[in-house]
Design a protein around this ligand. Structure first.
Ligand code: HEM
Length: 410
């Protein structure tokens, strides 16, 4: 199957016209086949809302585990072509599992992330947000990512898991490596080194919790692993990695993208400042408007099928572009307009179906508290960088700013 690159979806320039590109794709070729990041592997990019929902909810036809879609020969060829040794230690996680295994592992952690459990964290999250603002309030400026949007969710997830917060900068380095596709020798070498370091770190942590369990999530997972039928050893390591990475990377970007969007829409910002009860719908709308997870994990197609008028073959790869679906006028009237009171708002910013974001209640609460605190405590908050100078991180799945300098009246 040979394809050409009709739409630029990976360059730095793409970031300046992301939504314009997706709008063209929805109009011209809503289920579109072209090479992925390596310039070779053909991938179907699905950009309309209805088709994205189909891909995410139909786990008979669209799966995350290649073993359910490929023949033995195809799997061997895939392994041989893989740029990395198949690292089961960190990749046996919810996002690589389907069906019964996925349900078994997900239910082990699901209880910790229900809205009711997460609501109990509200006072502590507020305290962390206030402490971070205390540190910079008198200065009149900060770099939002480093000073606020990163430390807030990483502190929360580290406390929930029971991991020392002093280690947060190492998590940041490791998680950065995992998210950057290892396309060069240098990135590959770095990825392998960081995987080894992360696994060695977890060896020590798990041994400590086995010896002295406490009431944190890591202790609960270690105990589940000891009853081998509930959680395998690779699943234990992979779950910890997934929770650390997913537990902060995405929320950092939601807080940052949300602040950027609000500062670019002064009337909406004023509306929110005047009425804090808008915060819950505002968070949903900001998530829809500039979705931090822009494209989901790749799905494999298990049978020849039709989608959006295209014939897709068994064994093909599909990416659901949720960041595009969230701007589809067929689902959201005036989809390019930011309306903090938008209702209904059935966005797919947290995905949909069996892999719907486990951490959604936590991310919602953290962002609500983060925005509420910034707007309440930092008068006349404004950008301290020209919009044209913004630098988006080169991570294909994410829409994530490297930094966002802001200022206020101290
Ligand atoms: C704004 C913040 C967040 C966004 C936008 C987001 C988005 C998403 C999306 C789109 C998916 C589905 C991926 C797919 O179907 O391929 C997902 C899955 C997941 N998210 Fe989040 N997420 C956020 C925060 C969090 C947090 C705070 C946690 C941590 C607890 C978390 C943990 C997970 C996990 C474990 C999965 C996999 C669930 C499964 O496969 O069953 N996420 N997230």
């Amino acid at each position: 199957m040979s394809t050409t690159q009709r739409y630029d979806l990976y360059s730095a320039e793409f970031r300046a016209r992301t939504h314009e590109t997706y709008s063209r794709m929805r109009d011209e070729s809503p289920v579109h086949l072209q090479p992925g990041l390596n310039g070779e592997t053909p991938i179907w990019f699905v950009t309309r809302y209805d088709d994205v929902v189909t891909v995410l909810t139909d786990d008979e036809r669209f799966v995350v585990d290649a073993k359910l879609a490929l023949t033995q020969d195809e799997l061997r060829a895939l392994d041989a072509a893989s740029p990395l040794p198949n690292d089961d230690r960190i990749n046996t996680n919810l996002l690589t599992m389907d069906g019964e295994d996925h349900r078994r592992v997900r239910q082990l952690v699901a209880k910790a992330f229900t809205p009711r459990m997460v609501e109990r964290l509200r006072p502590r999250i507020q305290e962390i947000a206030d402490e971070l603002v205390d540190r910079v309030a008198a200065e009149g400026r900060m770099e939002l990512v480093d000073d606020f949007a990163f430390p807030l969710p990483i502190t929360v997830i580290a406390e929930l898991l029971g991991i020392p917060i002093e280690d947060r900068d190492r998590f940041r380095v490791w998680s950065n490596s995992f998210l950057l596709p290892p396309m060069t020798d240098e990135l590959r070498e770095r990825f392998l080194r960081h995987t080894d370091e992360f696994v060695a770190y977890l060896d020590v942590l798990f041994a400590e919790r086995r010896g002295e369990p406490s009431d944190d999530l890591v202790s609960a997972l270690v105990q589940a692993e000891e009853h081998g039928d509930r959680l395998g050893e690779n699943e234990l390591y992979s779950m910890a990695v997934l929770l650390i990475v997913a537990g902060h990377e995405t929320t950092v970007s939601l807080i940052t993208n949300a602040v950027l969007a609000l500062l670019g829409h002064p009337a909406e910002l004023e509306r929110l400042q005047a009425d804090a009860s808008l915060l819950p719908t505002a968070v949903e709308e900001l998530l829809r408007y500039d979705s931090p997870v822009e494209r989901t994990i790749t799905r494999w197609v298990t049978q020849d099928t039709q989608l959006g008028g295209e014939s897709i073959a068994r064994g093909d790869l599909v990416i659901a572009v949720v960041g595009s679906a969230n701007r589809d006028d067929a689902q959201f009237p005036d989809a390019d307009v930011l309306d903090l009171g938008r209702a209904p708002n059935r966005h797919v910013g947290f995905g949909r179906g069996p892999h719907f974001c486990l951490g959604a209640p936590l991310a919602r609460l953290e962002t609500e508290i983060a925005l509420g605190t910034l707007l309440r405590r930092l008068p006349n908050l404004r950008l301290a960088i020209a919009e044209g100078d913004l630098y988006w991180r080169p991570i294909p799945l994410f829409r994530s700013l490297a930094s966002l300098p802001v200022a206020w009246d101290a």
